[in-house]
Structure formats: structure tokens, C-alpha cells
Design a protein around this ligand. Structure first.
Ligand SMILES: [Zn+2]
Length: 401
């Protein structure tokens, strides 16, 4: 056997509690971490440094995409879609190893929440629920769920390799060894208590017989197809049920400021954002979309969209009609000062007369098929609310009304 001793080609990593060797004795670098094929390994094999590195790279990549979208004039719905296709894969690539890091699933969900907050312009201290923000971003799965799915498929990939392939031999060795292996970690994931039923491994699954497995071991194309079927038919439905239960539990809680329940209007699982890519919000489209999104997620005055940090539940006085302690529904439902917006909305979209609760809810929550109707609903909500906030600021500063 021969080693390539050029700098960093061959290094010594003293695993677990093994005695740290002297670099002069082994003739190459002695390191605490080493990146191999894009995965950062650390001496105790905790994968904590890998998790930290992935969190950092995924956040900075999100920021780059975010600023590119802002400066390039791309719409916010487009940015949200691009996060799914450009940033999430950075996290999924090392998924099988990330699962071994302590606290990884919670940390990944916090990262996803951070993306959502940044995109929607929501302050970190706001009480908007994680589930509502994800639905608003049109992200149908928690990031932790995506990582689990990827890791389970990674295990299946090893199971259907030819038996003399390195990965397959490694798995056989892990199976024989029994304790404290990645395989054992994965088997605990397959049997997690939150799952409605355990996820069966591909070689034990009733839908994938011995014939299919031996064909997969012999042909890489067949292997790819079999793994795709396993992902879509065996793994994803079980994980989807977990997330559906999570979203349903969170969206049926009331939005206190509006005194309504999000799930009465938003069907969990519906992906509305596809046609959101085409909406035309005129000038300041990001501000309008964020204003509408923040109200949907919190039921509060979206002052954060206009440069403040708070999300108040009520305004002490309406600057148009002097009504006191007005919630966000006031300008949308009954304030004489914003009636002009309603008239404009009625001129382009078929909605009932003013002072009609369902019409206000339709503008805030409904998902009309035509993107032009959606555009008008979002414009109506954001323009009404923006006019009231602007007027209140002018009154507070003593400026012209
Ligand atoms: Zn008013």
C-alpha cells in the first residue's frame, strides 16, 4: 500500500479517545477535522463541526440569493421557490451524516425559520408560528423532515448496491459490529416514535421483492428507478403524514388578533405559490407581498415592513376616524378613511359590498385561481394598511395629513 504524503493529501485523524500521535513520527499532518468528499469528519465523529459548517454555508448562500433577488428585481415568490431548489440541496447533500450531530434536526428547523423570517421581513422576536411562516413561503416540509428522508434513502442506496461494492461491505461490517454505528442510528430514525408507522428498509419492504433487489444490484439505472419508487411510495408518505399532523396542529390554533383560525381559510398541503410567480403588484412589490404575508401570519399591524421592529396588535387611534384601539381588520372592514381602496378593488374584482366580513377575509386569505385577482387582493390589503400607517406616522410627527 502507498500513501500520497503531499500536504493535506494524507493526514492523521486520531479518532475518539486514541492517543494523539506526533506529526514528526508519522510524517504528515495530524488534524482534528478532515473534509472527505465534501463531508467534514471530526475526531470524536460527533459531526458537530459538519453541522456548524452546513448551517453557516446555507445561511450565507441564502443571503447571497436574497440580495441577488432584491438587487436583480426578482419577485419575492420567485425567491421563495428558488430557496427550495438552490439552498435546500446544500443541506440535503450531507443529510446522512448531519443526522448524527446532536440537536441537528432542531437546528435545521431554526435555520429554515430564519430564512422565512428574513424573506418575509419579520423580526426574530415576533410570535408568528413556524408552521404559518413555512406555509406562507410555500415550503411544504420542515427542513428536518427533508433531511430525514434523504438519510433514509441514503441507507436504501447502500442496501441495493452490488454485494462486493465498498458501501455494501461497509454496511455488512456495521451490521456485524452491532453497536454505536451509523446503521444503528439510522435504524432508530426508521422507528422514531413520531412516525405513524415505522419506515421499512428497502430490502425488508413488502413492495420491493427479492427479484427487484437483485435486478437493482445488477443495473445502476434500475437501481436509480427503484430508489426513486422507494422514496416516493414508501418513505415520503409516512414523513408527509408527520408534517401534515404538525401543520394541522399549528394552523388550527386561533390568530388572536384577528379572532379567526388560519386553517379555516388555508388548506394545508395546497401549494399556492406556483401562480404567485406571475402576480403583478405594481410598485414596491416586496413591501406589498410582505405586508400581506405578515398580516396573514400574525393578524397584527405589519410595522416591521415599514422599518419598525414591533408588530402591535392594535393602534391606539385610527388616524382617519379617531376610533380607538383599532386592530388590523379596521382599515380593511369599516374605516371611512380607506373606503377608496375598497371601491378600487370592487372595480376590478367581484367582491361583495363594504362592511362585509367574508370579503375582507377573502382579500386576506382566499386563493383565487386567477393571478390577476390575487394581485388585486394583495394590493388592496397592503394599500389600505399602508395608507393607515402612513397617516398615523404623519399625525404623530405633526406633518401634513
Ligand atoms: Zn378608521
Amino acid at each position: 500500500m502507498a500513501f500520497n504524503y503531499s500536504i493535506s493529501k494524507t493526514v492523521v485523524l486520531c479518532l475518539f479517545a486514541s492517543v494523539r500521535v506526533d506529526a514528526s513520527l508519522v510524517g504528515c499532518l495530524v488534524v482534528d477535522t478532515k473534509k472527505i468528499l465534501g463531508i467534514l469528519f471530526d475526531a470524536p465523529l460527533s459531526f458537530g463541526p459538519l453541522l456548524e459548517s452546513v448551517l453557516s454555508i446555507a445561511w450565507s448562500s441564502f443571503q447571497s440569493l436574497f440580495y441577488a433577488a432584491q438587487s436583480g428585481g426578482f419577485s419575492l415568490p420567485l425567491l421563495l421557490d428558488e430557496v427550495e431548489s438552490r439552498i435546500v440541496p446544500l443541506v440535503l447533500f450531507p443529510a446522512a451524516f448531519l443526522l448524527c450531530a446532536e440537536g441537528a434536526l432542531d437546528a435545521l428547523d431554526r435555520l429554515q425559520l430564519r430564512w422565512a423570517r428574513a424573506a418575509l421581513g419579520m423580526p426574530a422576536c415576533s410570535e408568528a408560528r413556524h408552521a404559518l411562516l413555512l406555509l406562507q413561503c410555500n415550503w411544504p416540509y420542515r427542513l428536518s423532515t427533508r433531511v430525514i428522508e434523504e438519510a433514509v434513502v441514503a441507507l436504501a442506496r447502500l442496501r441495493v448496491l452490488p454485494e462486493d461494492a465498498t458501501g455494501s461491505r461497509m454496511l455488512q461490517a456495521a451490521q456485524a459490529h452491532g453497536t454505536c454505528t451509523w446503521l444503528q442510528k439510522m435504524q432508530s430514525v426508521l422507528n422514531m416514535s413520531v412516525l405513524p408507522e415505522p419506515i421499512a428498509e428497502i430490502h425488508l419492504h413488502a413492495a420491493f421483492g427479492a427479484e427487484a433487489l437483485s435486478s437493482a444490484r445488477a443495473c445502476s439505472e434500475f437501481r436509480r428507478q427503484l430508489l426513486r419508487r422507494y422514496r416516493l411510495q414508501a418513505v415520503r408518505p409516512i414523513l408527509h403524514a408527520v408534517d401534515l399532523q404538525y401543520f394541522n396542529a399549528k394552523t388550527c390554533l386561533p390568530l388572536h388578533a384577528l379572532n379567526l383560525v388560519f386553517s379555516d381559510f388555508h388548506r394545508v398541503g395546497a401549494r399556492w405559490c406556483r401562480s404567485m410567480r406571475d402576480i403583478d403588484l405594481g410598485s414596491d412589490p416586496w413591501v406589498k407581498f410582505r405586508c400581506w404575508a405578515v398580516i396573514r401570519c400574525t393578524g397584527r399591524w405589519p410595522l416591521c415592513v415599514y422599518g419598525h421592529h414591533e408588530l402591535p396588535r392594535a393602534m391606539s387611534t385610527c388616524p382617519f376616524c379617531d376610533a380607538s384601539e383599532v386592530g388590523i381588520d379596521h382599515p380593511l372592514l369599516g374605516c371611512p378613511g380607506t373606503v377608496v381602496f375598497y371601491v378600487l378593488l370592487r372595480s376590478v374584482v367581484d367582491v361583495p359590498a363594504r362592511n362585509n366580513g367574508p370579503a375582507f377575509l377573502a382579500a386576506l386569505f382566499s386563493e383565487p385561481a386567477e393571478s390577476s385577482a390575487r394581485s388585486h387582493h394583495i394590493r388592496f390589503v397592503s394599500s389600505c394598511v399602508a395608507a393607515t400607517i402612513r397617516k398615523a406616522c404623519q399625525s404623530a410627527c405633526g406633518g401634513p395629513a
